[in-house]
Ligand binder design. Structure first.
Ligand code: NAD
Ligand code: MG
Length: 369
């Protein structure tokens, strides 16, 4: 019986994780839950799962207590955004097994997080479907035998749209993802393709592979969740239905597999699988994320914070969809990179980028909407 804490239990990943746990009462038990603003849902979850520890709102002390409590074996981190970084570090320091859905924490501080996990002997098991796929393909394989990682992308709702029409994209348009139902921030990131850029950085750190050996490939059917090519030319892929409960269950049950009643891939119904290059001109966020990945140091944290601010401004109808990369680029261009940052440098770069983005956004006359 694994005793599990879910941080961010009221979100899309959090509620899916609770469904997985509910359908496996002999394997998993919920010991702790944390939610942020949706107190009514958290209250329902507490009554249904009866955890020993609960935290709500902005309460770092309570979150820290959950991450370090001896009644918790496994911490599932489903908090969105930069707020997941501290809980991730607390869970590492407490030596807990961790499953990680949040990608922003690794984008901000990947080298520091991975080094800390390694020094404490802590496993970070990925939940993000692409990273779970790569993790499964790499299982027991020699990392030195990896030639290339193919990170698959659905292409989002605006794949193939003429750039001139992108100026009119509304918030509800951008929230309609063709394959996945997710939280607001990641859904907008999927529409700009920033999500794939964040995932390149996430994969670099999780698997110790340089950016140059990670290739993004658009695969609209989203049946293959990612692939690994080895030095002998063999390619291994992980396929499954587009349902986050599958990678969540594997992260919780790892290293064993347990049964699931979720749907299987219907290959005949799916028919042909397609692959294409990502359109870097139509989706400039992807190029910005790759630039941050290559630059390293404080730049990924700056790019991440600027993206956060730009997505928030788009959702608040303050800028147009096509202006999201404009804001990010301006902030990145103004940043003086620190090559080997410590945690304080990362936090400082994050705060600086949010302030810079807010100043950039404040020059409202330059924005088209
Ligand atoms: P969501 O917006 O649906 O849920 C976010 C959760 O985090 C909520 O429970 C919220 O209460 C909590 N939260 C938000 N801000 C917080 C703060 N400051 N302090 C404490 N808790 C806070 O998001 P989601 O779609 O579930 O995504 C969560 C994370 O998982 C993101 O980093 C996302 O990139 C990643 N992810 C999500 C999916 C998906 O299918 N939804 C897939 C892959 C990766
Ligand atoms: Mg993903």
């Amino acid at each position: 019986m694994k005793r599990i804490a879910i941080l961010g239990s009221t979100g899309s990943i959090g509620t899916n994780a609770l469904e997985v746990i509910k359908s496996h009462p002999d394997e998993f038990r919920v010991t702790a839950l944390s939610g942020y603003s949706n107190v009514r849902l958290l209250d329902r979850q507490v009554r249904a799962f009866r955890p020993q520890l609960v935290s709500s709102g902005d309460d770092p002390a309570a979150l820290r207590r959950i991450c370090t409590d001896r009644r918790v074996d496994h911490v599932l981190i489903a908090i969105s955004g930069a707020a997941a970084l501290d809980p991730l570090l607390w869970a590492i320091d407490a030596g807990k097994e961790i499953s990680l859905a949040n990608k922003e924490s690794l984008v901000m501080a990947g080298p520091l997080v991975m080094a800390r996990a390694e020094s404490r002997g802590v496993k970070i098991i990925p939940i993000d479907s692409e990273q779970s796929a790569i993790w499964q393909c790499l299982d027991k394989q020699d990392r030195k035998a990896v030639k290339r990682i193919y990170l698959t992308a659905s292409g989002g709702p605006f794949r193939g749209m003429p750039p001139a029409r992108m100026r009119d994209i509304s918030v509800p348009d951008a929230l309609k993802h063709p394959r996945w139902k997710m939280g607001t921030k990641i859904t907008i990131d999927s529409a700009t393709l920033m999500n794939k850029g964040l995932e390149v950085i996430e994969a670099m750190h999780l698997f110790g592979v340089p950016c140059a050996r990670i290739k993004i490939i658009v695969h609209p059917e989203s049946v293959i969740h990612s692939m690994v090519e080895f030095i002998d030319g063999s390619v291994m892929a992980q396929l499954s239905a587009t349902d986050m409960r599958i990678p969540i269950q594997y992260a919780l049950s790892y290293p064993v597999r347990i049964p699931s009643s979720l749907s299987s891939v219907d290959f005949v119904k799916t028919g042909a699988l397609h692959f294409e290059e990502p359109d870097m001109d139509a989706f400039p966020c992807l190029g910005l994320a790759l630039r941050a990945a290559r630059t390293g140091g404080t730049m990924p944290a700056v790019m991440n914070a600027a993206n956060d601010a730009a997505v928030e401004a788009f959702c608040g109808r303050r800028i147009a969809f096509v202006e999201i990369p404009v804001v990010i680029r301006r902030v990145m261009e103004a940043h003086r990179v620190k090559a080997r940052p410590d945690l304080d440098d990362i936090r400082g770069a994050d705060a600086w980028a949010r302030k810079k983005a807010s100043q950039t956004l404040g020059k409202a006359k330059t924005w088209i909407c």
